[in-house]
Write a protein that binds this ligand. Structure first.
Ligand code: PLP
Ligand code: COI
Length: 341
């Protein structure tokens, strides 16, 4: 398989049109059989439900080239499951998990030339999504939907790769109690756009959102969950009903316990505990684990003891083990790796 002529090592996290994508349409109460197509354009009514009322949900995962040359995807069954939960919350039909996995296989296989080589530092980001496509003007769910999957090669989500980030506690809320923060809906990301633009203008890399109800508990960022290491070496991740159940975070808890022998817990983390943390990272498919060096709480700087030049030692071990599993250097727990080719 001849690879595309791309400067893989210098890719950022951006969209690059690849050769093939998957499309399936839902009409008259059923999904059609779906096709792989070269057509990257979507034609829809000016009044499509997704355009008027943001009825859209999505997923994100990656394909990796392993040390021994296989192309694999990390835990896509969990993305299939989460897309179903997201769709149900927005009154959309669900796309069956077995068909989801088949669509991922087909898109990756069709775009093998775009899967970055082992060791390049890049991966193939896979974006499944679904949206209400027929005209809707009174507020109600669509009748017709489209499910699509495209793929695009990507590098690190944050410029500078693994250089520790400076983040601020945001005065904006991302998700309401009993709202949609726990699903992967486009509307949550629209909610975060003004906040991220503001944070960037102020010189921060990201936001830390607190719970909208009390503004005392740590939630997540616009595109990743938090992971902390306490000063006594325990891995802690915030528990909340209004954050996305990150597949990376759930995997890291297992890695911490089973591979590194660390204590790991998911619990409520209060903002006033941040001074007691030794390390902090943002974890997600795009972010992998991006270390945080400084958190600014309305002008008060909380400098993590891990510093601003490198990842903390436990974060580094988690990172090395997770990426080792994804790239085939370390044996994965049963069912974590789907071999495409
Ligand atoms: N939180 C948000 C808001 C996200 O967009 C993502 C990315 O998918 C995550 C967390 C991390 O989730 P995962 O590890 O499943 O990619
Ligand atoms: C992902 O990590 O897959 C996401 O969807 C996060 C997004 C900010 C790119």
């Amino acid at each position: 398989m001849e690879k595309k002529n791309i400067d893989w090592a210098n890719l950022g996290f951006g969209y690059m049109k690849t050769d093939y994508r998957y499309v399936s349409n839902y009409t008259n109460g059923a999904w059609d059989e779906g096709v792989i197509t070269e057509d990257d354009m979507i034609t829809m009514s000016e009044c499509a439900c997704v355009l008027q009322y943001a009825q859209t949900v999505f997923e994100g995962m990656k394909a990796y080239t392993t040390e021994d040359g296989k192309v694999v995807v990390f835990r896509p069954d969990l993305n299939a499951e989460r897309l179903i939960q997201s769709a149900e919350r927005l009154e959309m039909p669900t796309f069956p998990a077995d068909r989801f996995l088949d669509a991922i296989d087909k898109v990756v296989k069709a775009n093998l030339a775009w899967v970055p080589p082992y060791g390049s530092g890049a991966t193939l980001y896979i974006r499944p999504y679904m949206f209400g496509i027929n005209p809707v003007i009174g507020v109600k769910p669509a009748n017709d939907y489209q499910f699509r999957v495209f793929a695009t090669p990507v590098g690190p989500y944050f410029k500078g790769g693994v250089k520790p980030l400076t983040i601020k506690i945001s005065d904006f809320d991302r998700a309401a109690p009993h709202g949609t923060g726990n699903i992967k809906a486009g509307l949550n990301y629209a909610m975060s756009l003004h906040a991220i633009v503001t944070a960037h203008e102020e010189g921060y890399d990201e936001n830390m959102y607190l719970d909208a109800g009390t503004r005392t508990k740590v939630e997540e960022t616009g595109g990743a969950n938090f992971l902390f290491v306490t000063k006594d070496g325990k891995v802690v991740t915030p528990k909340s009903d209004s954050i996305l159940p990150s597949i990376t975070r759930r995997s890291l808890i297992q890695v911490a316990r089973d591979y590194l022998g660390l204590e790991a817990e998911e619990r409520v983390v209060y903002a006033d505990e941040l001074d007691n943390m030794a390390e902090c990272g943002l974890c997600g498919t795009a972010a992998v684990i991006s270390p945080v060096g400084k958190i600014v709480d309305h002008g008060r700087e909380i400098c993590l003891p891990s510093g601003m030049s490198a990842m903390g030692p436990i974060t580094q071990k988690l990172y090395d083990t997770l990426t080792g599993i994804q790239m085939g250097r370390i044996e994965a727990p049963e069912g974590w790796i789907r071999v495409i080719e």
